[in-house]
Design a protein around this ligand. Structure first.
Ligand code: UDP
Length: 347
């Protein structure tokens, strides 16, 4: 039997595929390669280029590869883009997940793991770690598109013979410790990626969006999780379902926050590069701080992270960035005026 990984050529999906292949699982990847890369897929996995909404194709894959479980990553992930193009997100993330669920039910798939996000929660008012039962009130179409998929999965599982795990990711960062894959998207907006690009000279410097938040050093606070630990969290989810688990929703983070300034300083220290980091206006839509309470993942799923350390995350992210630089993948040029940069992020 095999595991179907949708979006397996993308950032998180490609790490999941390596996790499964390393554990000697049979893997089939379905990816339309709009944002993913064929070279990111582990050679031992079978890559099929196509769409999750193509019912006939998905059905054929499930039958031909004797699919036991679906791990569903395929979708769009850029929050500001979702504000500008909400229907793209409701299509790619919500409608297409509905179609995939329909096919899964028709084919009798009884294990489904869904890639959700901390963006389903309401913005917290304080620095207290967020539990899974916190208020669900997405601030962006991206978060809403994922929450709607969560609801569909929950109701579908209840009505049909399906068991599921939904994992809500906090700030995913880092790269495969062996540098077999990593975050390769051009024009990525993620903090650690941008700081690493600045450190290896792909950018002239970077902006720190917001320095007067009500946090200890005035910059935003996030809970960064190593992408390989996130992949292992999905494997724990698969084991939970294989052992007969019915349903589970869990936060994926380390229950510890780091400020933007701490991250930037750690990247400078580890890389030995004193790149420019300018204080810039807040980025629209950013919340001051968000940290996971990830204890449920450990107690209920037995998940044990291996890289819960900011320095390791950065070390692996830097190694991947250097590898990408050698391959000649370059980021777009930096716009020097921080205000223009902040505006261009918005648009
Ligand atoms: N950030 C920053 N400069 C950058 C990119 C991000 O200061 O070039 C900040 C951003 O304002 C936020 C944090 O880093 O406070 C994490 O942002 P990211 O885009 O990585 O993830 P998000 O939490 O927005 O999903």
């Amino acid at each position: 039997m095999s595991i179907l990984v949708t979006g397996g050529a993308g950032y998180i999906g490609s790490h999941m595929v390596w996790e499964l292949v390393d554990r000697r699982e049979e893997v089939v990847v379905l990816d339309n390669l709009v944002t993913g890369f064929d070279w990111a897929v582990a050679p031992d996995a079978k890559l099929i280029i196509g769409d999750i909404a193509d019912r006939a194709l998905v059905e054929k894959i499930i039958k031909e590869h004797d699919v036991e479980a679906i791990i569903h990553f395929a979708g769009s992930v850029v929050v500001p883009e979702s504000v500008k193009h909400p229907l793209k997100y409701y299509h790619n993330n919500t409608s297409n997940t509905r179609t995939l669920l329909e096919t899964a039910v028709r084919c009798g798939i009884d294990k489904f793991i869904f890639s959700s996000t901390a963006a389903v929660y309401a913005a917290p008012n304080d620095l207290k770690p967020i539990r899974e039962d916190a208020l669900l009130a997405p601030m962006s179409p991206y978060g809403a598109s994922k929450l709607m998929s969560e609801v569909m999965l929950r109701d579908t599982a209840k009505a049909h013979d399906m068991r599921y795990v939904m994992l809500r990711y906090f700030n995913v960062a880092g790269a495969d410790p062996q540098a077999r894959t990593g975050l390769s998207t051009r024009g990525a907006t993620h903090l650690i990626k941008i700081a690493c690009e600045a450190a290896v000279g792909k950018r002239e410097g970077m902006d720190i969006y917001g320095f007067n938040y009500d946090t200890p050093d005035g910059t935003g606070i996030r809970d960064f999780i190593h992408v390989s630990d996130l992949a292992s969290a999905h494997y724990s989810a698969l084991e939970f379902l294989r052992e007969g688990g019915q349903k589970f929703t869990g936060n994926c983070g380390y229950s510890k926050g780091y400020s933007v300034l701490e991250v930037v300083n750690a990247v400078k220290r580890i890389s030995g590069s004193d790149f420019t980091a300018r204080m810039a206006p807040r980025r629209e839509g950013d919340i001051p701080a968000i940290v996971a309470d990830a204890s449920r993942m450990m107690t209920r799923l037995g998940w044990q992270p291996k890289y819960a350390d900011l320095d390791q995350i950065i070390t692996h992210a830097l190694a991947w960035e250097k590898k990408l630089a050698r391959r000649g993948v370059v980021a777009p040029p930096l716009q020097y005026d921080p205000m223009i940069k902040a505006l261009s992020e918005r648009n």
